[in-house]
Design a protein around this ligand. Sequence first.
Ligand SMILES: [Mg+2]
Length: 172
Amino acid sequence: MTADYDAVVYDLDGTLVRLDVDWAAVGREVSTLLRDAGVDPDDLDTWELLTAAEDAGIGDAVHDCIADHEVAGAETGRLLETAEELPLDVPVGVCSLNAEVACRRALDRHGLADAVSVVAGRDTVPARKPDPRALEWVAGELGVDVQRVLFVGDSESDETTAERAGADFRWV
Ligand SMILES: [Mg+2]
């Protein structure tokens, strides 16, 4: 599989590991922060809430709030089957919407840190998926052309990211 590519990049949550995060609780806490800042949080998903928070000037506080849950979720999250294919004979990266510290914690905990040479969380890359710059940044750090990358993920957003960046995509 990997012989056709110069590098393989994985999404984290739902692809390599399942973070044990109560996203409903995250949504309630973040919504409170937004209401306190005068923003209506209704009908927004987690990442839309974060964007709204950034627009309202409280992006750091909301990022930290989500990250606390993600790090806790990394402590008890479980390894998924796709992770069994690591290590690979080509460079491996992670491109995630989760906080980098939580990604690293999850990889460390499951003994995957040595198999992954670049870890990009939402606070690492210049833009968040499905913006292709997230994946392009990881490819650049891996020293490969993004069009020679296989991106592996579990969401439409991941697939869109790959398409926009010109990388191949594999669903898990
Ligand atoms: Mg995912």
